[in-house]
Write a protein that binds this ligand. Sequence first.
Ligand SMILES: *Cc1c(COP(=O)(O)O)cnc(C)c1O
Length: 817
Amino acid sequence: MEKPIYTINKIAEILSAEASIKNEDYVITQLLIDTRLILQPESALFLALDGHRDGHLFIEDAYKKGIRNFLISERKYLIKYADANFLVVNDVLKSLQKLAKFHRKQFDLKTIAITGSNGKTIVKEWLCQLLASDFNIVKSPKSYNSQIGVPLSVWQISEENNLGIFEAGISTVNEMQQLEEIIQPQIGILTNIGQAHAEGFASETDKLEEKLKLFKDVEVFIYPKHLAAKFPEVTLPGKTQFSWSGKEPADLQVIEKIIDGNCCFLKAVYKGEEATCRFPFIDTAHIENGLICWATLLSLGYKQQDIVSRLTLLSPISMRLALKDGINNCTIIDDSYSADISSLIIALDFLNQQNQHTQKTAILSDFAETGHSNEQLYGVISNLLQKRNVQRLIGIGPNITKNSYLFPATSLFFPDTASFLAQSRKLSFNNETILVKGARTYQFEKISKVLTRKVHDTVLEVNLNAMLANLQQYRAMLRPGVKIMAVVKAFSYGSGSFEIANLLQFHGVDYLAVAYADEGVALRDAGISLPIMVMSPEEYALEAMIERNLEPEIFSLEILKSFMDLLPDAETQFPIHIKLDTGMHRLGFNADEIEELGKILTSSKKIKVKSIFSHFVASDAEVFDEFSRQQIEQFTRESQFLISKLGYRPILHLANTSGISRFPEAQLDMVRLGIGLYGFDGACKEAFQRVATLKTTVTQVKELLPGETVGYHRIGKMPNGGKVATVKIGFADGYNRGLGNGVGHMMIANKLVPTLGSICMDMTILDVTGLDVKPGDEVIVFGENPKIGDLADQLNTITYEVLTNVSQRVKRVYFYE
Ligand SMILES: *Cc1c(COP(=O)(O)O)cnc(C)c1O
């Protein structure tokens, strides 16, 4: 295929745009929607798209960075830059799509399109791995599957490609047709169709019909067999249809599934021929995605034996980065799967959120980015590292090494991962944050392993994206201007300390609250600069608090006096927070003390009342709503009285998580958000996204004879014998003893199994009779199933306690994408 050349005039013509062209010489290769991603400004066209922020607001920044070609819809930006080319259209997004459609038509390229509710990205990445030896593939980066992502993906097609693999996702009606016209696929894969989240669609059938528009003209359509029975009224697309199923007869039908340790053996029949494939994973979703790849390879004409040997090499894909404890007091950001500019920016932004170490190091492999010279590519990377304050680079791979002159002299280079590992003991890593980011082929997981402190086999996984999504949910419930104080007491409800605070600080919460002074000290020492309120300031810690600018909650006249005595300067105006007792009767000023409090507060300039607050007794419980309303009323009365004495208005706050949703009128100036960040609204209900998953592993498996018992005092009885598995978590890790004797359950090999006998200090014994379980197998203690709420119910307690009881011995790992 001839390479199309897009002069700025040519683009104007394709788009029928109104053009203000000052210089005709520009040839465009990059479509740019984010000014952080500039590779080569002279060949980029900046698209002022309406995202969550209006792209026109970034024109100035783009211009400063050397961009001279702009596609806009707001005419007023035309006049500002005399030497830049402007194309004006009605709708920038439609124009991007139009351009992508034009580009697609220039190539006679075979393309595979993938859609479905889950698994699109994994199936795409796996197909690329499986077919890489036979094709020069162009694919969607990451999960670029939206109205913007798809045209940008298709724009990457170049003359050397002979296969395209693109994913498409939609959220509402009338979106898929556009994506079909852009991708023009010959092979269509529908991964599955989820039941939930039909928002944007009138019915499940509507959603399916909309999705199938992607496959309007495909030759081959690959789909799950059960679909046909479930939606008999829907006509399936494709000249040829290829179905797969784990149960019923289908073109590719699984007839046996055996889970063996961490592997799954699938036996399936195609045209009467049986074949068995070994997958190196056992979870249902991965197995299904593997089966979809199998079906796709068959429909592309590959032979069973060849396919089976390729599928064995698949590995689970993680698109997320993980934050872990490293050796020598380092923090490791493990992103050992991808190496492209846009994911580098995400990783560097995450690196930059980390305040606990000033020293930052990046270990990067060669990058894959088509359409640009190596010099441009590594120039951009060098620039990004410098802007994000990364002091040290370790580059691994021939290309990054060849371009070493683009990086600071302190950088180190190695031809491959093995030579880095051979030298790694001699390199010093100390008290720094290290980003480990490489293309899959570089196997950087080996590097992470060397740099990470050995993680005990029981880990609490914390999903930072879920936490951010929950934060957004509550933000959306607030009246405009209401501030958020994030409550991060008790190691952020057991999830971490600076790791969570860094995230919340970066994402713009206004305040943090901790319970005790030492929690605040730890956050300050880890570089957290947000204002921090300490809710139970101990008298002996007041000096340390003053030193670190930690703001005490003042709940009695005694503590107020002690604190004022400690403040040296008469004019310090040290920020304090006044707690009123409106019914909790835990801490706070009683009604009859307010008068006196007002007098003291106005008598001195040593302190300044930053906020006045109180706490609901039962904002989550309807039966106490009357009492909650009385609390609001009392708080309003008393705080107004204090304000009238003070002569200024401090921040007023009252609502905790369930107060935010249940008493919007009590949002006042600020809310205190705690358990809501973890997805719980109130004591038990899991309302939003799940943040925490507690996992452990099997240490030993035993077969027992009838009548034998397990554990202390022979409590765990096995009248009929059976199989037991010992796992590495006990009451010292926070797995409550009340969960013993079958009260609690854990998930193992996709089955919920009961505990047997008493919970020990460091171990628990599970009844795994009839299951195929081996040492090293993963066990879910809580997460998707069982849920934290299940454990709370079994223990007759609340989710707060289950979460915060996970002991500090259990390592925390943070995921972010
Ligand atoms: C713990 C706490 C909160 C947070 O409560 P959630 O129910 O977790 O949102 C708010 N205010 C005070 C005073 C607290 O002690």
